[in-house]
Design a protein around this ligand. Structure first.
Ligand code: ZN
Length: 497
């Protein structure tokens, strides 16, 4: 092994150890840490991220990266891509002054703790100054990264490289034009009986159901755990240590079911990245949009299909016999797909979901590029919910405080959810040409689907760009018309329109 290669790989190991440690601390902070621990945690994270910054900007490491990038023929493809990826990250990090970088890490750690408390106590005022500061940081970072482009476009790049406000405006306008008439028709149609979905199911029983769903999804529990947090999420340290979380509500059994399937979709992606990428910065999902395409593919396309629901129905009935006493698999399917404008994004149905994203997108654009301040966010939030979804927001807990993203500094992330749904519908159309998807699902055999996705998407980790992965899986570039066609077909049938 050449000296450059050896030094480069050793440095990567060191960086992996730091990011592993920070990741575990972050996971611990939302699962086990008592609230009082947040100040010390923020200090520790501030210190570790300072060390990480030094590793990222180490001059010998930079020379090695420059050498690899200018001697492509001497290195294998993975090493070259690692150098490319790190060079990009490094530029991004180096353009931020070190004191600001540390201050931002401390700020977002504190803000996350404040947000948890603010949401629990319905106290937006306590979170407001943090949001203003986080927006200010993001605006400054965007201008450090690329002063020549609109700030929001630069922020979008962090989650979905190449995505722009202009492209999103077209995407969302298309959805609005095509879906609003369908949503109107449905609001006038008769709704199925879904009262049973709100019957209490003891949390102990719901935990059993989570285990069962993970088993059906072929999730390897040796390498994937499930925890409980306010807001469900997935994190991974390597493909050998993936963690999902869920939230149990006694009278909202579906909420847990579809959270587990959603996070399980993220987990499958991480669990099946290539072995050759273990410990590499490329050994994780390609982009937020592609990641969401996987979670939402399982949650909505598979999880809310009649084939899947019919398959899991006997087990669900066994776990909650009283609730399902007079409910058929078809009733369950209809209830899992009720379309009704609502307040909470994570519990929204598949059809109205993109409208929750449009609201956040509109607000983020105004925060970053307009004059909107944190104090005016709840009013705009409530106004847009009325306008797009026709619902009144009763309090900030179920309004502007509902999501954790902004408190963690993630501005520009939300659009990737809607984009992910659209990628998923296109991926399904191409998967159906190659394997009998629905016959497998009806028999509870998800392994062939996981294998197809591993072959086309999972194993590549970050080796390919989002555009290349869509080409690889579908043989054509991204095309949102599959998503619109999928939603129209599914919901017209559900509501006999
Ligand atoms: Zn997700």
């Amino acid at each position: 092994m050449s000296e450059v290669l050896q030094q480069f790989k050793e440095h990567l190991k060191k960086m992996d150890a730091y990011s592993h440690a920070m990741g575990v601390l972050e996971y611990d902070s939302v699962t086990a840490m008592p609230h009082g621990g947040s100040t010390h945690l923020a200090e520790t994270c501030g210190f570790l991220s300072g060390e990480m910054y030094k590793l990222m900007t180490d001059s010998a490491f930079k020379e090695n990266i420059a050498y690899i990038l200018s001697h492509k023929d001497e290195f294998d493809h993975i090493t070259f891509r690692e150098a490319e990826e790190l060079h990009e990250d490094m530029e991004r990090t180096e353009k931020i002054p070190m004191d600001e970088y540390i201050a931002y890490t401390v700020e977002t750690n504190e803000a996350s703790a404040v947000w948890h408390k603010a949401k629990a106590e319905n106290d937006y005022a306590s979170f407001e100054p943090y949001l203003d500061k986080i927006v200010e940081f993001n605006r400054r970072f965007a201008s450090y990264w690329d002063p020549s482009r609109p700030k929001y476009d630069v922020l979008l790049d962090q989650y979905e490289k190449g995505l722009s406000k202009a492209a999103l405006d077209v995407f969302f306008d298309g959805l609005r034009t095509e879906l609003v008439p369908l949503i109107r028709q449905i609001s006038e149609a008769s709704q199925p009986e879904d009262g049973f979905a709100h019957e209490p199911v003891p949390i102990e029983k719901q935990r059993l159901l989570s285990d069962y769903l993970m088993q059906v999804m072929t999730i390897d529990r040796e390498h994937c755990s499930i925890g409980e947090t306010e807001h469900p999420f997935t994190t991974d340290f390597t493909k050998d240590d993936v963690r999902i979380t869920t939230h149990y509500h006694e009278t909202e059994m579906f909420s847990n079911v579809f959270s587990v399937i959603h996070e399980g979709g993220h987990a499958l992606y991480e669990l099946h990245t290539g072995d050759d990428l273990k410990g590499s910065p490329l050994g994780t999902g390609c982009s937020m949009g592609i990641h969401e395409s996987q979670s939402r593919f399982y949650e909505n396309i598979i999880g809310r299909s009649e084939a899947f629901i019919s398959y899991i129905y006997p087990e669900v009935k066994r776990i909650a016999p009283k609730v399902f006493a007079n409910v058929s698999a078809h009733d369950f399917y209809r209830a899992a797909n009720v379309s009704r404008p609502s307040l909470i994004r994570t519990e929204a149905d598949e059809l109205t979901y993109p409208f929750h994203i449009m609201i956040r997108y509109d607000i983020e654009k105004e925060l970053i590029e307009g004059d909107l301040k944190a104090k005016d966010v709840p009013a705009l939030w409530n106004k847009l919910y009325k306008e797009y979804l026709g619902v009144d927001v009763p309090d900030d807990r179920s309004g502007a405080l509902q999501d954790s993203h902004w408190s963690g500094g993630m501005i520009g992330y939300f659009p990737s959810y809607a984009l992910g749904s659209a990628y998923g519908a296109q991926i399904l159309a191409h998967m159906e040409k190659e394997i009998p998807v629905w016959e497998h699902v009806a028999r509870g055999e998800l392994a062939p689907i996981v294998a197809w996705l591993t072959e086309k998407i999972y194993r590549y980790g970050k080796l390919l760009t989002p555009q290349e992965l869509i080409m690889n899986a579908c043989g054509e570039p991204f095309d949102p018309s599959y998503y619109i066609a999928y939603l129209k077909e599914k919901y017209s049938k559900l509501y006999s329109l």
